[in-house]
Design a protein around this ligand. Sequence first.
Ligand code: IMP
Ligand code: MG
Length: 178
Amino acid sequence: MKNDIEKVLFTEEEIAAAVERIGNEISEEYRGKNPMLIGILRGASVFMSDLMRKITIPCEIDFISVSSYGNQTESTGQLILRQDISSDPKGRDIILIDDILDSGMTIYKIKGHLLQQGANSVSVAVILDKPDRRKVDLTPEYIGLETPNYFVVGYGLDYQEKYRNLPYIGVLKPELYS
Ligand code: IMP
Ligand code: MG
């Protein structure tokens, strides 16, 4: 796997520092609110499990699974709900968690879905932000690291379902993108 990486963009240490900072911010801002962390499967799994252990106030967790249809490295606006959360979002203060905010379509749609079901508030936490690619008006409340416009893998992010288990974030060698 390591040999497939052209360049490491963010090391394990840089990621850990960003996760800790977000955990501290959430612990301050959600004190007394019992927030519900909702991870978007499967990309959010690594960030979610690290982040929740850096949150020092009581919180609950749940997951949602969606798929967006598009080509290999880009998602379209078409969002299909594969598995909804199993808790009731009504009246809850929700923190939506994902690996990356790219066009923003995925999170924009899920946020609307949760608010429609009566969530009290929905904020967004991502480990990576690609602000240049945004197609909707959405600014995440919690951003780990800002990344240039490359397709990246590792720390939950995949290319064709591989590389999610790399502990750092990097770019693949160009010949590997088919
Ligand atoms: P959006 O709806 O365009 O914001 O797309 C978000 C989803 O696209 C993320 O949850 C990722 O699964 C995927 N994605 C976007 N950019 C990348 C990338 O650079 N590497 C891997 N997956 C990505
Ligand atoms: Mg994903």
